[in-house]
Design a binder for this molecule. Sequence first.
Ligand SMILES: [Zn+2]
Ligand SMILES: [Zn+2]
Length: 261
Amino acid sequence: MLSGLFDSHLHTPLCGHATGTPREYAQAALDAGLAGLCFTDHSPMPAWYDAPWRMRLDQLQEYVDEVRAVQAEFAGRLDVRLGLEADFHPGTERFVEGLLAAHDWDYVIGSVHYLGAWGFDNPEFVAEYGARDLAGLYGDYYTLVEGAACSGLFNSIGHLDLPKKFGHRDPDGAAALRALDAVAAAGLALDFNTAGWRKPVAEAYPSPDLVAEAVKRGIPFVLGSDAHKPGEMGHRFAEAAALIEGVGGKIVTYVGRVRQG
Ligand SMILES: [Zn+2]
Ligand SMILES: [Zn+2]
């Protein structure tokens, strides 16, 4: 059973690529035995950035209103929180800063989904991996993660080792450790993201090795299914919790952007 656990990474149809209403996600969380959830839909970004895969800025209020309605409906049965998954992409920091000031968020994930103009986790563009040097790719990626950690915008880093999604594993590892140092120094958590278990790599983000390195640095974890449909709520959370706690790691959640536990 998943009693006591929160799912703090999930989406809504406002992002354009998720199905199920917010109340259906909440009902699925209850049915799975979760204690709560934090909606973290893909945040608006400047209009030129990744527009088909996220809500528009003029939909943000609708998102907040929908989450507040579910919060009210499930009060006393399920702890429903309001968050965002924002992107870290150089040049967009001021825009994100504005969003974060506009509402009372509980939790904000900072994710890197792009290297330059390449959406590297999009299955449509997977062929690009063949044109890249993997060590260089991971070096560039983790430099961006360090930037996200140092930006002061986020509570956690989303799916830390995301470039492995289709099976292209990091041949080196040094850049990942530097990113973990930055995450620890900034006092951030890591999104322990079970979606990786549903992808070709068939491994949660971050890998067991990186989980152990994070634990050494005192970095806690926030559990997230990255659900894009209600049936994915709490996906393999018992296993995730066992993996983290088995190496002495800590699972936390956020309220009002303050760490709990
Ligand atoms: Zn998504
Ligand atoms: Zn993401």
